[in-house]
Write a protein that binds this ligand. Structure first.
Ligand code: HEM
Length: 362
């Protein structure tokens, strides 16, 4: 039986949440509709079915949470020393590796993502709640284009998908079907593949970039993973980082032609031949034990949003506008349900704890 209640913000909520019928409000306010679909329906729907703890609605398959540091390349030319690339020589960082697969599905062929949180970044941030935060986030996935162009397209796709009619959308938008197929890659190791921000951001006052992370060297070490293990990416990531450090180059791809590199058509690839990404910093993950006490829980409770950012790196485009609203609502919802603070950390979690003293013989 549905239970309705009147929360403080005056919007009646119904549990379990009902999936709205198409067009789900996408024609009038796609951003509000996306918030409702992702947070009120999808995320809260899982909660009403008993999911505990509350999770992200997407990219909820955790592979591991690592500490590291981002080292800006010394001697960058002045025109690249913008925002975080012109402030500190290096930043401590916490990194969350995940896949966009729902519980019960294997890692294999899921989209892999990385959230990177830098600490010690001075200056006002764009999210009003985190204006004073010392953090700057970057979010990447292992495919360079998105499967829809705009927030309205994303809303229509999500609305139909939640109503079991994704194929109706795909038959009208074959490019979406093509990109969703291309995204189903077999990934050997989350440390051995490139990642892209997918969507553009400002770079200072009048330039636009996309970000890319690429492994500095191919992942070496443990043998080919056991693809039959539904959680093989976790096993691989933990094993590799227990053995050796990993490094990714952080690159900027500048928009050099507004026609071939649009800001609000996310299915359009920015050609890396037309604009070659430029190496500006290196993300270093030292050798570590990802099973260390509390480390995974720490990363799960963090929120990564491209809007937790200096204005110099402001995200652009209608999908970015939607993410500003949806990520904050999702992170607040899950953290409130789990009883953990919604605020940004004021200091990075220390990379390691003193070993427990033996009590033998006491
Ligand atoms: C309108 C489009 C999008 C919507 C509605 C959306 C929605 C969300 C939501 C609700 C979360 C969880 C936030 C939280 O609870 O902390 C999330 C996380 C994530 N999204 Fe998106 N997303 C969109 C586009 C994208 C794009 C273009 C990328 C490509 C990089 C992306 C990659 C990720 C990744 C990697 C995470 C996990 C970050 C973490 O580790 O916390 N998303 N997304």
């Amino acid at each position: 039986m549905a239970i309705s209640e009147e929360p403080l913000d005056g919007v009646p909520r119904v549990y379990p949440p009902r999936t709205p019928t198409p067009p789900c409000g996408c024609d009038s306010d796609p951003i509000a509709a996306l918030r409702r679909l992702f947070v009120d329906v999808f995320q809260s729907g899982a909660l009403s079915r008993g999911r505990d703890p509350a999770t992200r609605p997407v990219f909820l398959r955790l592979h591991g949470v690592a500490h590291g540091r981002l080292v800006v390349r010394p001697g960058l030319p002045a025109d690249l020393r913008v925002g975080v690339f012109g402030q500190q020589p290096e930043y401590s960082a916490w990194i969350r590796f995940s896949s966009d697969v729902q519980p019960g599905r294997p890692d294999l062929k899921g989209t892999v993502g990385i959230g990177v949180k830098l600490f010690g970044v001075a200056g006002e941030k764009l999210l009003p709640a985190d204006r004073e935060a010392i953090t700057q986030d970057f979010v990447f996935q292992n495919h360079d284009v998105f499967f829809v162009d705009t927030a309205r397209d994303m809303c229509e796709f999500t609305c139909l998908s939640l109503n079991g009619k994704a194929d109706d959308y795909i038959s009208q938008h074959p490019i979406t079907g093509q990109i969703l197929d291309d995204m189903e890659k077999v990934v050997e190791s989350a440390l051995g593949i490139p990642y892209w921000s997918v969507l553009p951001s400002r770079f200072g006052a009048d330039r636009f970039v996309k970000y890319k992370l690429e492994p500095e060297s191919p992942a070496t070490g443990p043998p080919v993973p056991d693809y039959a293990d539904p959680f093989y990416l976790r096993a691989d990531l933990h094993a590799r980082l227990r053995q050796q450090e990993a490094r990714f180059r952080l690159l900027l791809q500048f928009q050099t032609d507004p026609d071939t590199m649009p800001l609000d058509r996310a299915t359009v690839r920015w050609s890396e031949r037309e604009s070659v990404p430029v190496h500006v910093a290196t993300l270093i993950l030292p050798r570590q034990d990802l099973d260390q006490r509390g480390q995974a829980a720490y990363g799960e409770n963090l929120s990564f949003s491209p809007w937790r950012s200096l204005r110099d790196h402001e995200p652009v485009g209608s999908i970015a506008e939607a993410r500003r609203v949806v990520y904050e609502a999702s992170a607040d919802n899950r953290r409130n349900v789990n009883g953990v603070p919604v605020a940004e950390p004021a200091t990075p979690r220390p990379a390691s704890w003193p070993a427990r003293r033996s009590t033998a013989g006491r």
